[in-house]
Design a protein around this ligand. Structure first.
Ligand SMILES: C[S@@+](CC[C@H](N)C(=O)[O-])C[C@H]1O[C@@H](n2cnc3c(N)ncnc32)[C@H](O)[C@@H]1O
Length: 420
């Protein structure tokens, strides 16, 4: 049989999406790029929205289940493929499609093997078929070794629940512009609410098609990420500094709650997105593009919210790439302390400071909160948190992806509050 040329294979429908998924995997594993950052240039050449979504879904599931997929691959080869072998990556993607996305094996083979032009296609075909004849994946993904060891030490007894929380892609959480209409929107969208101003939907797909998007009735935001702004309560026209604000999830909550918001971020590009988001919701804020470590406020604020840059490991349900990119956090931890000092300086007397990170690393959360000595702690109360989550004994908020399992889970987050 004549071998088909690479160009002809590229024409097979579905191959470009798989090729894009392979490039995404490569960007994360080889270059350490965040998937969100790698995706736009990789997906730009793919015309159809559903193909772009498929490429992302394949990469997500391969990263979410990678240690388990690797174990299955190794169980079906006499000589283990090197970690960075293209055939291993292609097999991870093929198995993620068959075992996680439920795509028919013949379609997976037809669109997967063309990625191995001139490579060990026969071997890949054999391994794929052998794995499909086996027991498949466990109920919960196995965490990469380094992550498992670190979280076992940090959260004794929680690591299995955290891994179980990663087993399925999370639901879609919406924050409402008008929290007084929570029951109405939950009903209209067929969702459930776990806190005022929050609606959770089981569905995924293009968010633009969900009712209320065009009129700016809501924005997408994980339930855990809504806690820091909730802690500050209604603004009643008072002034808040939203430090490290882009792309603006917490900004919109604060503005919708009646705060006069000044947002600051060092990324002009991310602030552009914040501007679009805020405009869609019909809110207005003052914007400062600056490095928070250099900027000096002209006046003091009634409140400051720091949503500090961090490892983002708490978002591993939505962004499984963070499991494979976790690096030395010491630089970030220094920056977080610097931001805490700067923020205290921007607060007026009696002003409140909230510090938050979407991290499961205690060094970025609990240790930073314990380090703050110059301000008076304001313990978080149970009614400030979603039902089912209690404040820690120190009066902080700590969530992890194993919590609220029956209700669809929650991201890992930390928040603490002080008064000057
Ligand atoms: C966790 S994200 C903020 C998410 C945002 N608060 C929200 O709710 O949508 C952290 C942000 O910190 C910004 N950032 C990092 N270092 C900074 C610095 N030194 N000064 C100002 N912003 C910084 C990043 O550009 C990024 O937008």
């Amino acid at each position: 049989m004549a071998r088909s040329s690479p160009a002809a294979e590229e024409d097979i429908p579905g191959v470009p999406a798989r090729r894009a998924a392979l490039r995404l995997l490569d960007a994360v594993l080889r270059r350490g790029d965040p998937l969100d950052q790698a995706a736009p240039p990789v997906l730009r050449g793919i015309e159809r929205g559903d193909d772009r979504a498929l490429a992302l879904a394949i990469a997500h599931e391969a990263l979410r289940w990678m240690p388990d997929l690797d174990r299955l691959i190794d169980s079906a080869t006499r000589q283990p493929l090197p970690d960075d072998a293209k055939a291993r990556s292609v097999l991870r993607l093929m198995l993620a499609q068959a075992l996680r996305l439920g795509l028919p094996p013949h379609a997976v083979i037809a669109t997967g093997l063309p990625l191995l032009v001139g490579g060990p296609r026969r071997l890949a075909h054999g391994v794929f078929s052998a794995v499909l004849r086996g027991d498949g994946l466990p109920e919960a993904p196995t965490l990469p070794h380094a992550v498992h060891d670190r979280w076992s030490a940090a959260w004794p007894g929680r690591v299995d629940a955290i891994a179980a929380g990663l087993a399925v892609p999370p639901p879609l959480d919406l924050s409402l512009r008008d929290a007084a209409r929570t029951a109405e929107w939950a009903d209209r969208l067929g969702g459930v609410s776990l806190a005022p101003g929050h609606v959770r939907l089981a569905r995924s797909g293009p968010i633009e098609q969900i009712e209320g998007f065009a009129e700016g009735a809501w924005w997408v935001q994980d339930l855990a990420a809504t806690v820091p702004a909730r802690l500050l309560g209604p603004g009643e026209g008072r002034r808040v500094l939203d430090l490290c604000a882009a792309p603006g999830g917490k900004t919109m909550q604060l503005a919708a709650a009646g705060w006069q918001v000044t947002v600051l971020d060092k990324s002009a590009r991310r602030l552009e997105r914040l501007g679009e988001n805020v405009a869609r919701i019909g809110l207005a804020v003052d914007v400062v593009v600056a490095d928070a470590m250099q900027w000096r406020p002209a006046e003091l604020y009634d409140a400051v919210l720091i949503d500090a840059p961090c490892s983002a490991s708490g978002t591993c349900r939505r962004h499984p790439d963070v499991l494979h990119r976790l690096v030395d956090q010491s630089g970030l931890e220094d920056l977080q302390r610097g931001l805490l000092e700067r923020a205290s300086g921007a607060l007026r007397a009696d002003g409140r400071l909230v510090y938050a990170v979407c991290s499961l690393e205690p060094g970025e959360g609990e240790a930073q909160a314990a380090w703050v000595k110059a301000l008076g702690p304001v313990p978080i109360t149970p009614n400030q948190l979603p039902d089912g989550i209690a404040p820690t004994p120190e009066g902080w908020f700590r969530s992890d992806p194993g919590m609220l399992a029956e209700a669809g889970g929650i991201d890992g987050f930390f928040a603490a509050m002080w008064e000057k």
